[in-house]
Design a protein around this ligand. Sequence first.
Ligand code: GUN
Length: 301
Amino acid sequence: MSAIILNGTETAAGIRREIEREVAELKSAGGAAPGLAVLLIGDDPASSIYVTMKEKACARVGIASFPHRLPGTAKKEELLELIDRLNRDPEVSGILVQLPLPPSLDEREIVSRLDPEKDVDGFHPHNLGRLVRGEALFVPCTPAGIRELLRRYRIPTEGRDAVIVGRSNIVGKPLAVLLAAKNEDGNATVTVCHTRTRDLAAHTRRADILVAAAGVREMIGADMVKPGAAVIDVGIHAVGRRPDGKRILAGDVDFKEVKNAAGAITPVPGGVGPMTIAMLLKNTLTAFKRRRNPGQRQTAG
Ligand code: GUN
């Protein structure tokens, strides 16, 4: 039997419509619009594509975007000064520094300079710490998108075995925290696997929810998946071009094989990717609303 497709494109479109409506209401009430500053340093082609997609997504829902493209040779001081300026700018609700940064720049130092209340990626140490305590101001966008997809497709997490392959600060670690959290979207028993894991398949085969976020093309085959499991593919790899010039993409999961074993599966493209961008828009709107109403201190998880 073939798995249910967890359609990120469609789900994200629904979330964007919700955001668009709210932004329009805020604007018609005479308020300013939310704004996102998007920083790209260097000329990494994949990062450049992602950043353009994020800016287009902002425009579609009425969020202003403020692009800042710096050369890969940009000095740390120049970038920190720009971040300080954006931190003070009242038109900027959120700031996104696209990662990875060129090797000459220390990612931790740069990200730590963001005002945590504008850190819509949720990567600042203040926000990652708050996430662990269940008090996040912003949940990192990819884990938030995965949580939202599971929620909207009513895939239960409570008491189930979730196995995450990959331990990055952006995906694996925050997602482990979310799925293990003591709340209705968590309560899973979480295992985080990585490059030093022994007998990876023995772990993945136990997963009711399997998340592939290792950055290794099609590493998850059907023999690594428990029949009926929900399989979430975070990977994205350009594997060639069609005759019309469009890219051919693959994930960390061997989709063709695994869709016959899994109960539910995200495609690549059209699964986690659009959800990540939708969550960025949502976080930007949250940042804007918090700033307008500082008394409103609700957390995002
Ligand atoms: N690089 C890969 N994923 C992300 C993300 O979610 N945010 C940023 N800023 N950079 C990334």
